[in-house]
Write a protein that binds this ligand. Structure first.
Ligand code: DC
Length: 231
């Protein structure tokens, strides 16, 4: 059977990564969480004082981009790849609300996007990849055989993210999470460089009233059909 490329785009906290991971596992494909890469660059910007509540020193971040090495390393115990920033495992640090609150701003920078898109395209060169993000079907893999666009209501998304963060022990209120989700979705879909938009040939899935197993089933149906078409 021919390997295909699966692009899963959509708004934050629609369950994209979870379902993309499950599909990759089912198919024996490589899973790439492209958001983790934008988050790692944001963490780098925070650690180097390039970004704070008061200011964002874009020029300094851009001039240091060449020093950033991002690598996904597979963790046998958890069964998924973790993000390493310049040799250090940052999987936990990139998921904090602090990183979430700056990541959309960092993602508007074209130089950041160019560097990451190039690396993402290299990772998908041999097909057999499931990548989730915001511009995968439009910019990274416009030729992907299957493109999914995930949406959900703001409340559903915030509720999911809130549970995830509280489950990890973060001290945060539901309102803070809701505000962050809304703000990120707004910036992500209104930025100039590769905004979050549905590719013309993407299939939209609203996960507001579906649980993860149901989303997985819907997607697997589409995957099977696409694989048949590509035989
Ligand atoms: O998927 P996520 O929520 O972890 O992504 C974090 C942020 O990264 C998201 O708000 C926008 C940015 N992003 C992007 O601009 N392009 C991508 N392909 C993936 C993420």
């Amino acid at each position: 059977m021919n390997n295909i490329t699966i692009a899963i785009d959509g708004f934050s906290s629609t369950g994209k990564s979870t379902v993309a991971k499950q599909i990759a596992k089912e198919l024996g494909y490589v899973f790439v969480d492209s958001g983790a890469m934008y988050r790692a660059i944001t963490l780098f910007a925070i650690q180097n004082d390039f970004i704070s509540q008061e200011a964002f020193d874009v020029a300094s971040l851009v001039s240091e981009l060449h020093t950033i090495e991002l690598v996904f390393k597979f963790n046998q115990d958890f069964g998924f790849a973790e993000m390493y920033l310049n040799g250090k495992n940052v999987e936990k640090e990139i998921r904090t609300i602090e990183v979430s609150s700056f990541v959309s701003q960092v993602s508007t920078i074209s130089e950041v996007r160019q560097q990451l898109v190039k690396q993402q395209q290299e990772m998908g060169e041999d097909k057999g990849v499931v990548m989730d993000g915001r511009d995968i079907g439009t910019v990274v893999f416009p030729e992907a055989e299957l493109k999914i666009f995930m949406v959900a209501s703001a409340e559903t998304k915030a509720q999911r993210r809130y549970k995830e963060l509280v489950g990890r022990g973060d001290k945060i209120t539901y309102e803070q999470v809701l505000e962050n989700v809304k703000e990120r979705d707004f910036i992500d879909s209104h930025r100039e460089d590769s905004p979050l938009i549905k590719a013309e040939d993407a299939i939209e899935i609203d996960s507001s009233h579906l649980n993860l197993e149901e989303v997985f089933e819907v997607l697997m149906q589409l995957v099977r059909m696409t694989l048949e078409d590509n035989e």
